[in-house]
Ligand binder design. Structure first.
Ligand code: KPL
Length: 302
């Protein structure tokens, strides 16, 4: 397949390396245009992939069979809309990011939109991307309910396992949202690795209670206890991790809070629900973010 990967951060480079090794034709797409992108990944088994690949080639884009988007949530909608006009109308676009809300922002696209969540962990260490842990990626329909794109899950499973297709991907997206609503803001506020949250059980539990109520109203069967159990497992299995939000705050980068807790608040509002604990966390992260963005040159992510 011919695949353009939009976003060449840790996850983007991991996919570029895996797709290239599997024999696919790939290019990276950087938001600041460059003719090449360097992909330097240390795999979980210690093997190294180090190649310079094509980037930002409009002819390649115009004949792509898949656009894989690995940008941060707040970068997705603007960047995808800008590329969509140059992308074939049948070319599926697969969004892989934390948080929710981008599908709604991209409803007007003519291309088939797919969405997914992943537990692969990769982090940048200088110019090197370290594939910290293998994981599972669940993908499913964004704006293509009833149409079968499960062949993509099969192809991508051979590239970077495990990958599975779900007709009801929203259930997996909400479960991941619950995890991110707990771990991301709390670790960013306490400036601690994920595992430290085992000492903040009351807060973790209060957040899960509110998320469960919103999820139920959204039509997803769950309970506060089930979420608490699942989140507890992730806190333990990613105990050493520095969450993506804490990493963002540490380097004073725009965070994904608007697409994580912000999305939960938006859905709670639609259902007339109050979620005071999440509301407070949202305000605290926004205040932190505003402080450093106001004192820098200005625009988010600049
Ligand atoms: O998705 C994550 C993130 O950091 O954004 C978790 C699951 C919390 C792992 O760190």
């Amino acid at each position: 397949m011919k695949i353009t990967v939009l976003g060449c951060g840790a996850l983007g480079q991991l996919w570029l390396a895996s797709l290239y090794k599997q024999g696919h034709e790939v290019q990276g797409w950087l938001r600041v245009p460059q003719p090449f992108c360097h992909v330097n990944v240390v795999e979980t088994d210690g093997s190294v992939f180090n190649q310079t690949l094509t980037a930002n080639d409009p002819d390649f884009l115009a004949s792509s069979d898949l656009l894989l988007v690995t940008l941060k949530a707040w970068q997705v909608s603007g960047s995808v809309k800008a590329l969509a006009t140059k992308l074939p109308s049948h070319c599926p676009i697969l969004l892989l990011h934390n948080g929710m809300g981008t599908i709604e922002e991209l409803q007007s696209l003519r291309q088939p939109l797919l969405t997914g969540v992943t537990t692969h962990a990769a982090r940048r260490d200088g110019n090197i991307i370290i594939h910290v842990a293998n994981g599972t990626t669940h993908i499913g329909p964004g704006n293509v309910a009833g149409r079968d794109f499960s062949y993509l899950a099969d192809i991508l499973h051979r590239t970077l396992p495990d990958m599975a297709w779900h007709n009801n991907i929203l259930a997996a997206s909400w479960k991941k949202l619950a995890v991110n609503c707990v771990i991301n803001p709390l670790t960013a506020l306490y400036n601690c690795p994920n595992g430290e949250l085992r000492h903040h059980q009351d807060e973790v539990s209060d957040i899960c209670n509110e998320v469960a109520i919103v999820m139920e109203r959204e039509g997803h069967h769950t309970s506060a206890e089930a979420l608490l159990f699942y989140v507890g497992e992730v806190i333990e299995s990613t105990g050493e991790n520095i969450s993506s939000m804490l990493q963002d705050v540490r380097v004073q980068r725009h965070t994904e809070i608007d697409y994580i807790t912000g999305y939960l608040l938006q859905r709670a509002r639609v259902h007339g629900l109050c979620v005071p604990v999440n509301n407070r966390l949202y305000e605290l992260i926004k205040r932190k973010e505003n402080e450093y963005e106001r004192s820098s040159t200005g625009l988010p992510g600049s």
